[in-house]
Design a binder for this molecule. Structure first.
Ligand code: NAP
Length: 292
């Protein structure tokens, strides 16, 4: 079993987590919609993650919708004391699986209560507000109105900590004037490095950067450089991609997603992989060679 302690630790909100965690989005059905193809396998992945030491799981009630959170509750409740479950709000799903912005006060409040109910919790440890000006990537626009609603839910004791997702530096600055922001969850990986400067800025402020699509998302990264480095190290390309992220900055927390126990074990073993300087130099060049 992998020693996740080797990935390092970071304070998320006020809880210590291993820097290598797990993202639960892949557990829902195809397109993150509907039930999983194999429910028993999905439950087994969650149990294996926690048994392996994972203490940071990323989810949302709009995965399924509702289904991923219900799987987490069935597999893991009563939850271990050290487990931090992070969720996100601001979208709902159409009957066709589409992602529809849901940012009115009523929708945000309902989303927090849906997460509480489906996860079986009295309080949500950390809720990310996902900006939806452009569903595919950060786009400018004020987040003041929805973030003020979420801060109000925090004041009511329903939410302990707040993060932002799919946001620009200007939105993070705006958000920090409204409430404490403990993490940012944006798209970033070996090949998609638009947030390089932002990550370093957040590291200086000791704010966690929890990237989504650490392995490339629905189409995992493919690069001859990555494969060559992996072959030299006797590791897999996905392990090298994760080890590079752990090396990239101390505030990076990983939530690779998988519906497979074999992939989960492979990904968690990346905690034990150390990259030498020549490997890092080679991997730094991947961004210029892969389109994302
Ligand atoms: N804030 C946001 O807007 C947002 C958006 C997307 C995701 N997220 C969060 O970020 C987490 C991570 O993102 P993600 O799951 O979409 O993408 P990811 O972690 O980059 O990659 C997941 C994909 O890689 C495959 N995979 C995983 N491990 C593998 C391995 N060792 N070898 C080969 N393939 C492997 C998975 O398929 P298998 O199931 O077959 O392993 C899946 O297709 C999500 O789970 C979710 O919690 C947040």
């Amino acid at each position: 079993m992998a020693n996740l302690g080797l990935s390092g630790s970071f304070t998320l909100g006020d809880r210590q987590v291993h820097r290598l965690g797990y993202g639960a989005m892949q557990l829902a059905g195809p397109g993150v919609f509907g039930p999983p193809r194999d429910r028993a396998a999905a439950l087994a992945v969650l149990r294996e993650a926690v048994a392996s030491g994972v203490n940071h799981i990323d989810t949302s009630d709009f995965y399924g919708p509702h289904i991923t959170n219900q799987l987490i509750r069935e597999a893991l409740a009563p939850y271990p004391a050290d487990l931090v479950i992070v969720t996100k709000i601001s979208a709902r799903r159409g009957a066709d699986g589409s992602w529809i912005p849901a940012l009115s006060p009523e929708e945000l409040t309902r989303a927090v209560h849906d997460n509480l109910r489906n996860l079986g919790l009295d309080v949500l440890e950390l809720v990310n507000l996902r900006s939806m000006f452009d569903v595919h990537g950060p786009a400018e626009g004020s987040i003041e109105a929805p973030l003020t609603v979420l801060a109000g839910l925090q004041a009511q004791g329903l939410v302990r900590h707040i993060g932002l997702s799919n946001v620009t530096p200007a939105q993070i600055a705006e958000g920090r004037r409204i409430c404490e922001i403990v993490c940012v969850q944006n798209h970033y990986n070996l090949a998609h490095r638009a947030d390089d400067a932002l990550i370093d800025d957040l590291a200086r402020e000791t704010i966690a950067y929890v990237q989504f699509f650490p392995l490339g998302g629905f189409s995992p990264l493919q690069s001859s450089i990555l494969s060559d480095v992996a072959t030299r190290l006797g590791a897999t390309p996905m392990q090298v991609a994760l080890a590079w992220l752990l090396h990239r900055a101390p505030n990076i927390l990983l939530i690779p997603g998988t519906s497979s126990i074999a992939h989960l074990r492979e990904n968690l073993a990346a905690a034990e992989l150390t990259l030498a300087d020549d490997a890092i130099r080679a991997l730094d060049a991947v961004a210029g060679t892969v389109s994302t």
